[in-house]
Design a protein around this ligand. Structure first.
Ligand SMILES: Cc1cc2nc3c(=O)[nH]c(=O)nc-3n(C[C@H](O)[C@H](O)[C@H](O)COP(=O)(O)OP(=O)(O)OC[C@H]3O[C@@H](n4cnc5c(N)ncnc54)[C@H](O)[C@@H]3O)c2cc1C
Length: 503
């Protein structure tokens, strides 16, 4: 690409007012907000289909019925790792979310459904939180290129209709953004993207919004920022491109260590990881058939913590410096025949038109494949890890005593979630840390400006969603989607509010 002396391309191939990078929830909402503020908007999306990891999600949106209480709660979940004004903006945005989504739902066949009250953890302010999702609709099958939790697909369908049909926003698929273009006087004035193997220069007269997710599928970044190794992913599209592009123009980074995930399964013959089956926020009424043991055959965690799909991986991350090893990577799930019959243990969430997998209801197809290993007695299971059979037998004996007595479990697993392990044959599965979404990325202020290493806004550059999430400590269930909606709105409105450069 020929450049003039000032670093700008000799020719712009595409021009727009606001340029949004990535079409998940954050990018879609940013585009809607910018268009509603009067801007001409273009979205560039790397993958052949839109949706990102958003389309795989449960689809719950956390809202606030009381801004002050929500703010207090967010302060506790962030433990001082995110500035108050950023959390305040999130809390305020959460109070507006229901009306915003109600408006998106207008002219679609979908309806809202109340989801829950309160926060995930017993922190002060939780009573100021609420939530909703898009209600299931008979006959709606979701997207053929994605298989996930359905709620996210319904919410994405609402957004897609608002972007493409209601507002006719230009969406360029299979167009990865490669690098930002900076002008010394005006800041970020566009970017270089790739289309069919050719570089194209896209001019953004008002601003660029990075809504291109995290680094779930960038092994080098995961090795650099996470202690645990390996951490497997569910989606290939997010490779930290927004992070690299922002770093290239001097952005500061935050929350790089933090990810939302759980423990799950990975097999060499399938390219993506599987989450373990999950039936909603922890209640004392879902029997989880397994216990998890480390490489020595000992339990080490509450297998069903308050938000198992959000923090379930954390106990696996322990590094034993004394033995110089990760004794829980992989860890092992152990269950019995009655547990096997309770329902599918794995849950495919796949956004890739070329691969799919249906996990069998009774888990027998996975036993057949060797993904779930089987033995007639616990000694046989111990031999598969391998561990001292006496240690595994003692672990299971203690667990069965806890199940029978209904007393306190040393890892605080709730009584209603417990199931004894005493009915042969027995089963064993390897489990690994699985990332649903990373939280780290460019630092932003309360107006979604991307900040440089001296804490000054980088002119005309914004971020939204998981490309630099506010969640720097504990994630609030349904909070990532909320964040996409709140920050996408702020970024879209603010970018569209700027004077076009060079005019
Ligand atoms: C199985 C699962 C369940 C979940 N359930 C929930 C839930 O119930 N509630 C909740 O709050 N959160 C949930 N999450 C997390 C939540 O879905 C995500 O945090 C959120 O959707 C991220 O949205 P995003 O728009 O920031 O990123 P994404 O949806 O990932 O969108 C980013 C987009 O950017 C594109 N992109 C990447 N690089 C480039 C580039 N260089 N150029 C152009 N485009 C690019 C990607 O292809 C992608 O389409 C879940 C996650 C998973 C995986």
């Amino acid at each position: 690409m020929n450049n003039h002396e000032n670093g700008l391309p000799a020719r712009w191939d595409i021009e727009t007012d606001v340029l949004v990078v990535g079409f998940g929830f954050a990018g879609g909402v940013a585009a809607v907000a910018a268009a509603d503020s009067g801007a001409q908007v273009t979205i560039v999306e790397k993958m052949p289909n839109p949706g990102g990891i958003s389309i795989l999600a449960g689809g719950g949106i956390a809202t606030a019925v009381d801004e002050d209480k929500a703010f207090e709660y967010l302060q506790h979940t962030n433990a001082g790792r995110t500035p108050d004004d950023v959390l305040r903006a999130l809390a305020r945005g959460m109070t507006e979310m229901k009306d915003f989504v109600k408006d998106l739902v207008k002219e679609t066949p979908f309806e809202l459904e109340e989801q829950r009250n309160g926060g995930t953890y017993p922190f002060p302010g939780g009573e100021g939180l609420d939530g909703f999702k898009i209600a299931p609709m008979e006959g709606y099958q979701g997207f053929e290129w994605a298989k996930g939790l359905r709620g996210g697909a319904r919410l994405f369908k609402v957004l897609l209709d608002n972007v493409e049909v209601r507002r006719n926003i230009s969406v360029r698929l299979a167009t990865p953004a490669r690098r930002l273009i900076r002008d010394p006087d005006h800041g970020i004035v566009g970017l270089v993207a790739e289309q069919q193997g050719r570089e194209v220069a896209i001019k953004a007269r008002q601003g660029v919004i990075l809504a291109c997710g995290g680094f779930e599928n960038n092994d080098e970044m995961k090795r650099n920022y996470f202690e645990a190794m390996p951490v497997y992913t569910l989606f290939t599209g997010n490779t930290g491109d927004g992070i690299t592009m922002a770093q290239d123009v001097g952005a500061s980074m935050w929350h790089m260590w933090h990810f939302h995930g759980s423990y799950g399964f990975k097999y060499p013959e399938f390219p993506l990881a599987f989450r373990h089956c999950f039936r909603g926020p922890r209640k004392d009424d879902w029997v989880m058939p397994w216990i998890a043991v480390d490489k020595y055959g000992r339990r080490f965690m509450n297998e069903y913590p308050p938000a198992v799909q959000d923090t379930g991986h954390r106990a696996l991350e322990f590094y034993d410096a004394d033995k110089q090893e990760f004794p829980r990577i992989p860890a092992y799930l152990v269950f019995d025949e009655k547990g096997r019959k309770l329902g599918p243990v794995g849950q495919p969430t796949v956004h890739d038109e070329n691969v799919s997998y249906d996990w069998s209801e009774d888990n027998l197809a996975e036993v057949e494949r060797g993904w779930i290993r089987k033995a007639g007695d616990l000694e046989g299971i111990a031999g598969m890890i391998p561990v001292d059979p006496a240690i595994l037998a003692a672990t299971v004996e203690e667990w069965n005593r806890v199940c029978a007595g209904g007393g306190v479990d040393r890892y605080h697993r709730l009584p209603g979630t417990r199931l004894s392990i005493d009915t042969p044959p027995f089963y064993l599965m390897e489990v690994w840390p699985i990332v649903s979404n990373t939280q780290g990325g460019p630092v932003h202020d309360a107006e979604q400006h991307v900040m440089d290493v001296r804490n000054a806004p980088i002119q005309r550059l914004f971020s939204a969603g998981e490309c630099g999430s506010s969640f720097g400590h504990l994630y609030l269930e349904a909070g990532n989607i909320t964040e996409c909606f709140v920050t996408g709105r702020i970024a879209g409105r603010n970018a569209a509010g700027l004077e076009p450069w060079g005019s």
